[in-house]
Design a protein around this ligand. Structure first.
Ligand code: NDP
Ligand code: GDR
Length: 337
């Protein structure tokens, strides 16, 4: 019998790459999806399987992280070997507008899921998508022993989920791990996160469809890696002999300004002609610098990133130029999963 996994947040950037990885390893993959009035399964187009196919290994279940009863039902029905909790209100700026909602979906929901596993009596491993945002104001480099000092309702919620995961590991001996991941990006990154916002704008400006890009704080320092490599790291954490928490990062530092300059430069554009400041993209409290030390993951899991920020910029800009070209020429066909 092959292994099975349940992924919350399967329609997100990481969920879609993780689903592909697990399918390639022979897993049966189950994903929790929210009912939406518009399509929210675009990132799963590449792995869509006809529901009537007899050899189907991808299954989607309607559910929501705020609905504990459904979590118990899905867990009982699927009885997975591994659960990856990637679902979240994941936008830091938005968490200041919706602090309590973010606390529920990004924080308390992890406890809901852990307790659902415990209550349903399902023997499964659990991965919690923890974040470098938990380090917040603690100066870099940050590793598994760095003091937490979150700077947003999102960071506070992730810290609750982090400790819930550790507590269930200690209290009940559940195989539960925190992956403390630094920023990781890809052509599938949500369009309002800074990297994708910039690379989409570069494609549109180059095509003559846009002439300005409004940005917030350009001085923030981030450690940007490549999402497909990071989901591989998640899976490796779940295969370790003992459940432990790990940082995944690239260990390199660039400012938002550097990223902007690299992205415009790759398309042969001078960023200073197009970028303007807009206060609305600033945060009440900013995380100034995140640079991760991934030595523990390298030592224990043999995990090491190959794609660093300058290459990531090229991957994303090229993908957005191609996507725009495909959209404009009508070559893009979407599947409703
Ligand atoms: P995305 O924002 O791309 O995806 C979030 C996912 O969560 C989507 O599938 C979304 O569904 C789902 N979701 C949101 N609210 C609910 C809910 N109430 N019930 C069920 N599902 C819900 O995030 P990423 O893929 O980038 O990140 C994955 C996880 O890793 C998140 O928890 C994020 O906070 C965390 N993380 C991400 C990092 C990064 O750099 N990307 C770094 C560190 C941590 P829908 O498509 O319907 O909106
Ligand atoms: P972050 O990612 O907050 O690090 O959280 P984001 O891309 O939103 O911001 C990175 C930095 O860029 C600055 N910035 C802007 N950000 C956005 N979104 N839009 C702008 O116009 C803009 N201008 C400047 C921000 O102030 C910030 O300093 C991401 C999310 O994926 C989280 O879910 C995850 O946990 C962390 O990464 C690690």
């Amino acid at each position: 019998m092959g292994r099975s996994a349940l992924i919350t947040g399967i329609t997100g950037q990481d969920g879609s790459y993780l689903a592909e990885l697990l399918l390639s390893k022979g897993y049966e993959v189950h994903g929790l999806i929210r009912r939406s009035s518009t399509f929210n399964t675009e990132r799963l187009d590449a792995i869509y399987q006809d529901p009537h196919a007899s050899d189907r290994r991808l299954f989607l279940h309607y559910g929501d992280l705020t609905d504990g009863v459904t979590l118990i039902n899905v867990l009982r029905d699927v009885n997975p070997d591994e659960v990856y909790n990637l679902g979240a209100q994941s936008h830091v700026r938005v968490s200041f507008d919706q602090p309590v909602f973010t606390g529920d979906v990004t924080g308390v929901a992890a406890m809901r899921l852990l307790e659902a596993v415990h209550a349903a009596g399902v023997r499964t491993k659990i991965y919690q998508a923890s974040s470098s945002e938990m380090f917040g104001a603690s100066p870099p480099p940050q590793d598994e022993n760095t003091t937490f000092h979150p700077r947003s309702p999102y960071g506070v919620a992730k810290l609750y989920a982090y400790w819930a995961t550790r507590n269930y590991r200690e209290a009940y001996g559940i195989y539960a791990v925190n992956g403390i991941l630094f920023n990781h990006e890809s052509p599938r990154r949500g369009a309002t996160f800074v990297t994708r916002k910039v690379t989409r704008a570069v494609a549109r400006i180059q095509a003559g469809l846009q002439d300005k890009l409004y940005m917030g704080n350009l001085d923030a320092v981030r450690d940007w890696g490549y999402a497909p490599e990071f989901v591989e790291g998640m899976w490796r954490m779940m295969q370790a002999p003992e459940p432990q928490d790990y940082v995944l990062a690239t260990g390199t530092a660039h400012t938002v300004r550097d990223f902007v300059q690299l992205a415009f430069g790759h398309a042969g554009l001078d960023w200073e002609k197009y970028v303007e400041h807009d206060q609305r993209y600033e945060r009440p409290t900013e995380v100034d610098a995140l640079i991760g030390d991934y030595s523990k993951a390298k030592r224990d899991l043999g995990w090491e990133p190959q794609v660093h920020t300058p290459d990531l910029v090229k991957i994303m800009v090229d993908a957005d130029i191609k996507l725009l070209d495909d959209e404009r020429s009508g070559r893009l066909v979407r599947v409703d999963v």
